[in-house]
Each structure stands twice: as structure tokens, then as C-alpha cells.
Ligand binder design. Sequence first.
Ligand code: OAD
Length: 245
Amino acid sequence: MSLETGIHSLASRLRSATRVTVLTGAGISAASGIPTFRGPDGLWKSFRVEELATAQAFARDPRTVWEWYDWRRQIISRALPNRAHEILASWSRRFARFTLITQNVDGLHERAGTANVIRFHGSIWELSCWSRCGRSSWRDDEAPLPQLPPRCPDCGGMARPAVVWFGERLDLDVTRRAMAAVECDVCLVVGTSSVVYPAAGLAAEAARRGAFTAEINPEPGARGVDLAIAARAEKALDEIDRMLG
Ligand code: OAD
């Protein structure tokens, strides 16, 4: 199927949809200048997951882990939402029931004004107490942070980024909301390599429940979707949005 036919086909599905769920990954923020994790220039080419994105790594060397997060926070703080974020924000008001599930921790969907965002992997702008003193997570927008590692304001112990690391369980409420959202007419997967579970299984679950599933990614990777559009998110979404009028 040509790119144009694919775009037409998705636009026509969306025209008759009322329940739309979009799952995004790092690729949607690529046009904002935020590095993705995988691929030729991906972060995991230069850094090792086990040294930076696990609780074990943090326990071993919290300063190094924090330096990496602080560096990413600085990049993100200078970035702006791109056309893809803006279109999805407008769709969150267009459709009767719209849910955006994102694996991204950058907060760009929220900055674009998207309603009903489920942050699957937490937020890089939130911190929590490493020793779980009882304080709930808190927001801190300062980049760079004045002190590494930052401290818990209640107990004075170390703070950690309130993101989901490899090997950690997702928040139960987040999982419950995501499972409810895959009950939809159209499930669109944008800018993710679809290798990290459980996020990578959401489109298949939506398909099982009867949704039309589609992917937008220059290098499509989601398994078993009805339609794969091999294009950059900011370009494909712009064309689809123009067709929706
Ligand atoms: P990845 O870096 O694995 O995948 C990014 C995807 O975006 C790739 O498939 C690219 O082809 C695609 N891409 C690149 N530019 C694009 C563009 N302009 N438009 C659309 N797609 C584009 O990122 P994720 O799938 O989000 O987890 O990674 C999943 C998780 O792995 C992350 O949430 C993070 C990471 O390790 C944790 O930190 C727990």
C-alpha cells in the first residue's frame, strides 16, 4: 500500500471513530530534538541500560545516574512540542473519547495541551524519595539541578527520578487506565520501537477487543497492526489532520 493510500485509509477510519487511543514513544519527540533510545543515534548506543536505568544502577552509583537524568532534563527543558504533539493535543478535544498513552517521560504532550494523558513510564520532572519515607512524588522543574543527587524535602534522604526503570512494576492505576483505554475504535501507535513490554502489547490487546490498529513510524516495528504508515510522525499526522479538516 502506498504512503498516500495508508494516510487516506487512516483518516477515513478516524472520521467515523469516537473512541481513539494513541500510544506514543520517543520517536514523536525526535523532531523536538530529543534523542530516541534505539536506532543509529539512539541513547542506548552510547549508554548501557543496566548502568543508568535500573534501581540496581542507582543503588551502586546514584551520582552517575543523576548526571545522566540531569543532562536529559536540560535537553528537554530547551525543547518545544512539535507539530505531532500539537495535532494530538487538538485531537484530544476533537474526539468524544480520546486517550493518549505515552512511554515518554519528557512531558511534551502535556506542554502541548493534550487532555487525558497516561504517563506509562512516569515523568522526568517528578522526583520521589529513594528510601520511601512516605512522601508522595513531587515536581521539580529546575534544570540543571543545583545539587546531585537531589534530596527528599521531608526526610533529607536521596531523591530519585520518578520514572519507571527496567525491572520495576508499573503503577497499578496506570495499568488499569491503559487497559480501559485499549477498548477503542482506533488504536494508533506512533514513534515507538515496540520492544518494551507491557507498552508494546497494548496495540495487540486493542486489536483483540475489535479496534482498528495502525502505526506511524519511518521504520515500522509493531506486530500485527492493520496498517503501517512508514513516515515521520510530524509529517504523517499533519497530512491526516488536514484530511480530517
Ligand atoms: P525507541 O528509541 O526504542 O524507539 C523510537 C522509535 O521512533 C523507533 O522505532 C524509530 O524508528 C521511531 N522514530 C524516529 N523518528 C521518528 C519520527 N520523526 N516519527 C515517528 N517515529 C520516529 O523509543 P521507545 O519505543 O519509546 O523506557 O522506547 C521504549 C522505552 O525504552 C522507553 O520508554 C524507555 C526506553 O528504554 C524506560 O526508560 C523504561
